[in-house]
Write a protein that binds this ligand. Structure first.
Ligand code: SF4
Length: 367
């Protein structure tokens, strides 16, 4: 059994954490049937600690899995068609799909998945694809190295992350050719990303502008059903079981699930249904005790400060400088250290703080 520490888990390659192994599941096409969603909830309860994370790339993570429960968990997930043939295939199948997918988007995602399954490319662990061909792009803020979008005239476009323009997508081979181009430019370490290569001045041919991106919606009704937000992007098994009974689920990278065909949202533990709820302004990683690298508990602190976060602002509480909970700058970031909390305004968890070593009791007055 291969277990990774602090880096890109999968289902077949779980990651050690403070609360056991983290097993990441990549639902195909970003969708779960009702049976799959119910099955994941049941598996999380039987083989983990019953907590399920929704990640920033619209994957699910089952927490609290043990060396003894991992194999039966994989058996259950394989029955639900959620497991790849091997670790290499699982790692390559790093595709995020717009939750507002239409039939053509589904076809593109399926074709890309099939092409990657038989590809011999050895891509960096985090290298990923976005299929963002709904009515308007919505994944431009979500990490991805190769993006399939629509051009302003509606035609399909292939864009390297970091480029303002792309090239026409004639078939899926173009997307793999762009990945091969990336590898051919001498990206030698396993963490290489497309945007970093582009920033160094190496660019592929591109001339077509993508369509204008749409704003990210909040919880509430959308044409496909209902978006419901998860506090800190985490749901308990009971909540997922209840949601699974309401309809098929599309995953989003915004800590929200889209329940297809749903018109009235249920009030379930951990769900946020009001777009004005201040908890939507909070970001917090797992923190202590779930993460062994954490210097403090993060989510209870963030929750206690929610009422002080004004509309439009983001408060990020991070258990350490790694900043897993929010890789972007936040209005205020509180980074736990061995000496207390560092406060960073307009930056990330690892940026230079304006205030250092604050005790938790002082945080309400300095925010
Ligand atoms: S940011 Fe949070 S979850 Fe990530 S390593 Fe640090 S304490 Fe752990």
């Amino acid at each position: 059994m291969s277990v990774v520490k602090g880096w890109c888990p999968g289902a077949l390659q779980p990651m050690e954490s403070g609360d056991g192994w983290v097993v990441r599941v990549r639902p195909r096409g970003g969708r779960l049937s009702m049976a799959q969603a119910a099955g994941i909830a049941q598996a999380a309860e039987h083989h983990g600690n019953g907590l399920i994370d929704l990640t920033g790339r619209a994957n699910l993570q089952l927490r609290g899995v043990t060396p003894a429960t991992h194999a039966p968990l994989i058996t259950d997930l394989r029955r639900l068609d959620l497991i790849d043939a091997d670790i290499a295939t699982e790692t390559r199948r790093n595709i995020i799909v717009t939750p507002f997918a239409d039939i053509e988007t589904d076809r593109l995602a399926t074709t890309l998945e099939a092409a990657l399954a038989v590809s011999t490319l050895t891509l960096p662990a985090k290298f990923g694809f976005a299929v963002d061909t709904g009515p308007a792009p919505v994944l431009t803020q979500t990490p991805a190295d190769i993006r399939i979008e629509r051009a302003a005239d509606g035609h399909l476009l292939l864009r390297a992350d970091g480029m303002a323009t792309g090239q026409p997508l004639t078939d899926m081979a173009c997307a793999l050719d762009l990945a091969a181009w990336f590898l051919s430019r001498g990206v030698t370490d396993g963490r290489g990303r497309m945007a970093a290569l582009i920033a160094r001045g190496t660019t592929p041919p591109a001339s077509l502008s993508p369509a204008v991106a749409a704003p990210i919606p909040g919880p509430g009704p959308v044409p496909q059903g209902m978006l419901v937000a998860l506090e800190f992007g985490q749901a308990g098994a009971a909540t997922l079981t209840a949601l699974a009974a309401l309809g098929p689920i599309r995953l989003t990278p915004w800590r929200m699930l889209l329940i297809e065909g749903l018109h009235a949202a249920p009030d379930l533990p951990g769900l946020i249904l009001d777009p004005a709820d201040p908890r939507l302004r909070l970001r917090a990683c797992t923190g202590a005790p779930g993460c062994p690298q954490a210097h403090a508990a993060t989510r209870p602190l963030a929750r206690s400060l929610a009422a002080q976060v004004p509309k439009g602002a983001v408060l990020h509480v991070s258990g350490c400088a790694k900043g897993c909970g929010w890789p972007h700058p936040a209005t205020v970031t509180l980074t736990a250290t061995s000496q207390g909390f560092d406060l960073i305004r307009g930056g990330r968890a690892h940026d230079i703080p304006q205030l250092r070593g604050l005790p938790a009791a002082r945080l309400p007055e300095v925010l």
